[in-house]
Design a binder for this molecule. Structure first.
Ligand code: HGY
Ligand code: MN
Ligand code: MN
Length: 406
């Protein structure tokens, strides 16, 4: 059995093993700094050590394995992805990128340049709704305002990190001022284009920009049985009007997506009119100016809905990230490797966000997508076939061997 086939078999086994590490038995959930998040980091650390890597833990929960280079002091190449998941997740989103990087190094062995494989602690932003916390920490982007972000239980990021030892003396990965070759991330496509095209792997042209907001509506809680409809200030009915406005806005531009993924209300009794609602808004478009213009229009509509219903509206822009182009030169080298494996040179934009967005603030980035069944992701039925995972591995191995020559 050749080295790649063997490594591909082990990769499939490790995806299954890591997919069992969860905070919620019966479903896959690993959120920022949760016990399962830390256990997943420990499991991957052991696999990194088996490869002869030096393993380090960042105080923000991210791990990295370093495989020393063979040719003196060349700048490192970074590979990896995230180890956290959404709620009731699939087992490939994030994990496939980290584990394929390890599998590729198992095949290539040490390269002329050092390779850092990163397993980021939080890319999804489930706990704080602010995304990329792991990679942001690694490029010095967790400023004081980020530290004040609070999760739905009211715990600040500073408190959560402090509990994990995030302090002046702690190990902190900091790539913002270090000259790295690049950051290259392999990830499932999380879309259905590759499946429709019948292709297993492709390159990525750019990653969509996104805005993440926390929206609040305050009305008046009251008795469901004795309060006439015309005098109510029902915060949930107002939120429903806003959510349908967001859907209409999303449908107004073929490249726009608008999603309300989380909603909480108070008091939450079946016989009490909701007096307070909080919901999230995830708003994305490949063109930053369009995204900002359309978001402004939607927020103006929220204001009008609130005014019409006698509700108080408040919203907070939790995070906004611009669209990020992938490095053309690196992407060409990846396409060369893809062509050798699949015969194609397909490039797709990414509607999903990735840690490459934050790493791009410090170095050139490039991405590889692997086909996933029905394009399904952020769902327990997310699936990439062993053959497609092996194709992604062959591309990464070919790419590493190619750039090792120059
Ligand atoms: O939300 C996203 O785009 C990514 O899966 N975190
Ligand atoms: Mn992901
Ligand atoms: Mn995801």
């Amino acid at each position: 059995m050749d080295a790649i086939t063997q490594a591909a078999g082990q990769l499939a086994e490790r995806i299954e093993a890591l997919g069992q590490v969860t905070d919620t038995p019966g479903a896959l959930t690993r959120t920022f700094l949760s016990p399962a998040n830390l256990a997943a980091a420990a499991m991957v650390s052991r696999w990194m050590e088996e490869l002869g890597m030096t393993v380090e833990h960042d105080a923000g929960g991210t791990i990295r394995g370093i495989l020393a280079g063979t040719a003196g002091d060349l700048p490192p190449l970074l590979l990896g992805s995230h180890l956290d998941t959404v709620i009731d997740a699939g087992k490939y989103d994030g994990a496939l990128g980290v584990l394929t990087a390890l599998a590729a190094l198992q095949v290539t062995g040490p390269l002329p340049f050092p390779v850092h494989v990163l397993g980021f602690s939080d890319e999804e932003g489930v706990r704080f709704h602010a995304t990329y916390l792991g990679s942001r920490a690694c490029v010095g982007q967790l400023g004081t305002e980020a530290m004040e972000i609070r999760d739905f239980a009211g715990v600040s990021l500073a408190e959560a990190l402090g509990k994990e030892g995030w302090n002046e003396g702690a190990t902190r990965f900091s790539y913002e001022d270090s000259a790295c070759l690049a950051y290259v991330e392999l990830h499932i496509e999380q879309g259905r284009v590759l499946e429709e095209l019948g292709e297993a792997v492709c390159g990525v042209s750019a990653i969509c920009g996104q805005s993440r907001l926390a929206v609040g509506l305050i009305g008046q809680a009251d008795h469901a049985g004795t309060t006439p409809m015309e005098i109510r200030r029902d915060a949930l009915a107002g939120a429903a009007a806003c959510i349908l406005a967001a859907e209409r806005c999303g449908r107004s531009d073929p490249l726009l997506v608008a999603t309300v993924g989380k909603l909480d209300l108070r008091p939450g009794a079946s016989n009490a009119i909701p007096g307070e609602v909080k919901f999230t808004l995830d708003f994305r478009h490949p063109d930053d100016a369009c995204r900002e213009r359309l978001l402004g229009e939607l927020l103006a509509e929220f204001e009008a809905i609130a005014a019409d219903r006698g509700l108080k509206l408040a919203w907070d822009l939790v995070q906004a990230n611009p669209a990020v182009p992938c490095d053309p030169g690196l992407t060409e080298r990846l396409l060369d490797a893809i062509e050798l494996v699949t015969g194609g040179r397909r490039l797709l934009p990414s509607g999903a966000g990735h840690d490459a967005v934050m790493m791009a603030t410090a170095m050139p980035v490039a991405m590889v997508f692997v086909r996933c069944r029905d394009g399904l992701s952020h769902h327990p039925d997310e699936y990439a076939s062993p053959d497609d995972m092996a194709a992604g591995l062959r591309v990464l191995v070919g790419f590493l061997q190619d750039i090792s020559k120059s």
